[in-house]
Design a protein around this ligand. Structure first.
Ligand SMILES: *Cc1c(COP(=O)(O)O)cnc(C)c1O
Length: 422
């Protein structure tokens, strides 16, 4: 018997599915919530007969519940939970073989770039980075070895969009698969499979988990063939999440809609505030009418998401000063939790990307990324207001503050680089 024959009921509304899909009361005990099945193996009824579970790397009931729920929220047939967003990305690349070529949106998550460039190029895969806003650039990058197009939309940290339907059509006309990293939008605001994508990747560490207390990932597809191969590799490679982590993400999913609405409300209010701030040069938020792809966002998403980024005047000094001066916004990597975070991509999340490439993509030294939580907007805005006070042009006071903050950031970045080499 396969535990994957119970396709979710997609007739129900989003929040109903978030709370019920894959989550019937436990048949053996009546437990309302899916238990944390903390077991490595499952006892056979008799030789060759089991209850759908055999060994917990392959399947675990807590994980099954999570997978069915995520599949349902993406209106997909299948989901696979993985140990992290990056392991989900890695498993998708297991569909490829040495010699294959992948076209990648140029401002993908820094860790995905590192995985592709530092790890997978050694396995004979090659990658071409393109501006995914421009369909011609994608088309021109296709060669006879190309198998996959990989995009993120909206992107991290510039909140640029790629037109999923147009790119999917291009891919399918050329026999390619399209993978979309849907971490930023979440299925509440965007469902890439409905727009033609073949595979979705999530870092459930972010909005799906929602509380900054777990690392996890997921792969979603409606293709029987892709699912079978991805499931095979997820098991063969073994980067699977433990049952407690699955439980945490499943718990997070139950409030996804409520949280995403609040994140979006706060992001909107903050984006508007920043737009009118004298020390801010540019604001990136797809919900603003001034966003160059606002129309596309309104078309392919049902909301604009919770992430905002902006460029301060005064470059690295003022940016470093600002991210070190907030009280509610915590200076940390990651995003998508109920508690607000602030980050400086050039020295933190996007440090693995060489400076020339970074700047070419618009990840300049003055760029700051916000992940507004679900605190009250007025408190978050007051926090940013005080952090942005002062004058970016005032070198006298800034050289000190800025240098201090800057060297703190550099020390942190150096520490991180050290950790990563371990
Ligand atoms: C965080 C993130 C990842 C990687 O996920 P982990 O859970 O940290 O491994 C991939 N893509 C995007 C867009 C992310 O934000």
């Amino acid at each position: 018997m396969s535990v994957y024959n119970q396709y979710p009921n997609n007739q129900q509304q989003f929040s109903t599915r978030a709370i019920h899909a894959g989550q019937d009361a436990d048949p053996s005990t009546g437990a309302l919530n899916t238990p944390i099945f903390q077991t490595s193996t499952f006892v056979l009824d008799e030789l060759g007969v089991n209850k759908g579970y055999q060994y917990a790397r392959t399947h675990n009931p807590t994980r099954t519940a999570l997978e069915q729920c995520i599949a349902s929220l993406e209106n997909a047939k299948y989901a696979l939970a993985s140990a992290s967003g990056l392991s989900a990305a890695y498993t998708v690349t297991n569909l490829l073989s040495a010699g294959d070529h992948v076209i990648v949106g140029e401002d993908v998550y820094g860790g995905v770039y590192r995985l592709f460039e530092q790890v997978l190029t050694r396995y004979g895969l090659s990658f071409t980075y393109v501006n995914a806003r421009n369909i011609e650039e994608i088309e021109q990058a296709i060669n006879e070895k190309t198998r996959l197009v990989w995009i993120e939309t909206p992107t991290n940290p510039l909140l640029r969009l790629a037109d999923i339907r147009t790119i999917a059509d291009l891919c399918h006309a050329n026999g390619l698969r399209l993978a979309v990293d849907n971490t930023f939008a979440t299925p509440y605001f965007q469902r890439p499979l409905e727009l033609g994508a073949d595979v979705i990747i999530h870092s459930t560490t972010k909005y799906l988990g929602g509380h900054s207390d777990v690392i996890g990932g997921a792969i979603v597809t409606s293709s029987d063939d892709l699912y079978e191969r991805l499931q095979y590799h997820n098991n063969a490679v073994g980067a699977v999440p433990g049952p407690f982590d699955c439980f945490l993400v499943l718990r997070g999913l139950k409030t996804l809609k409520l949280r995403m609405r609040e994140h979006e409300r706060n992001a909107f209010a903050i984006a508007k505030f920043l737009e009118s701030h004298p020390n801010v040069e540019t604001v990136h938020y797809p919900g603003l009418a001034t966003h160059p792809q606002h129309e596309l966002a309104a078309k392919q998403m049902s909301g604009f998401g919770g992430m905002v980024s902006f460029v301060v005047k005064g470059g690295i000094d003022f940016a470093a000063n600002t991210v070190s001066s907030t009280n509610l916004f915590q200076l940390a990597e990651s995003l998508g939790g109920v508690k607000s975070l602030i980050c400086h991509p050039a020295t933190m999340t996007h440090k693995p990307i060489p400076k020339e490439i970074r700047e070419h993509c618009g990840i300049v030294d003055g760029l700051i990324r916000l992940s507004p939580g679900i605190e009250e907007a007025e408190d978050l805005i007051a926090d940013l207001d005080q952090a942005l006070s002062g004058s970016p042009g005032n070198q006298q006071s800034l050289t000190n503050n800025g240098t201090d903050a800057n060297s703190k950031l550099e020390t942190r970045a150096a520490e991180r680089a050290l950790v990563q080499t371990r």
